[in-house]
Design a binder for this molecule. Structure first.
Ligand code: GLP
Length: 232
């Protein structure tokens, strides 16, 4: 799954950067355990000159809030440890929501503007939460279309507790791209791995769209590829 995903990213990047536009390839990226294998493969490919990140701009999906960037569990640190610190990307082209700001709303608004100014996201890679969330768009009565601050559900905090020392240490909020920010991407690649995702994945395949299963909104996008290592 990871090799295929890395190849998919490389192919899309190649198509865009060999074109005449001169525009950077805009790549949306997730965190979590699922994309780690893809990141490892992309690093190998970058070292072998099979993929070049010098004309790539990235936007990460989400970040805990509040959190210091140097906290071992921040998504900022995750991205530098698992990808950005090991590839030839120009650091000024990396965009990650900051969990350090005092004004979360203007951080989110600025982020949307930056995505727009970059020309929109060409390829958005996402994972899937066990409760059907994408980024931190949690199941509920409604979804917010644009980048916003959100409360994490108890369920998500418990799931993510494995990376922290205790539940108290897991931030209760996060900043996340909204469902609309995700659906505006030209292409979406979703990676689904692990038994805990089975229920959410089956719900997706069910075909009904509901805010109780945020991933179901992918049915509204015309270009989604799902890669999974799961037997249903
Ligand atoms: C977090 C992230 C999601 C990610 C999910 C699944 O909650 N906000 O973007 O998709 O975890 O993570 P994992 O791949 O570790 O199962």
């Amino acid at each position: 799954m990871s090799r295929f995903a890395a190849k998919f990213v490389e192919k899309e990047l190649q198509i865009q950067t060999t074109g005449l536009s001169g525009k950077n390839f805009v790549l949306g990226l997730p965190t979590g355990s699922t994309p780690i294998g893809m990141y490892e493969r992309l690093i190998e490919m970058n070292r072998a000159w099979e993929v070049d990140f010098s004309k790539v701009t990235t936007f990460n999906l989400d970040e805990y809030y509040p959190i210091k960037r140097d906290n071992s569990q921040s998504y900022y640190k995750f991205m530098f440890d698992n990808l950005f610190g090991k590839i030839n990307i120009d650091k000024k082209n990396i965009n990650i929501l900051s969990g350090e700001v005092s004004d979360a709303d203007s951080e989110c608004l600025e982020y949307e503007k930056k995505i727009e100014a970059a020309g929109g996201i060409d390829l958005m890679v996402i994972g899937l939460g066990a409760n059907g969330h994408i980024g931190f768009n949690e199941p509920g009565d409604f979804l917010i279309p644009y980048t916003h601050a959100t409360d994490l559900t108890q369920d998500t905090r418990e799931k993510n507790m494995r990376f922290f020392n205790s539940l108290d240490e897991v931030p209760s909020k996060a900043l996340t791209m909204g469902m609309g920010s995700i659906l505006k991407a030209k292409k979406i690649l979703m990676l689904v791995s692990g038994e805990s995702k089975k229920e959410a994945f089956k719900n997706l395949l069910d075909g009904k769209i509901t805010t109780k299963i945020p991933v179901s909104f992918l049915h509204l996008h015309r270009d989604v590829t799902v890669l999974s290592d799961m037997k249903l």
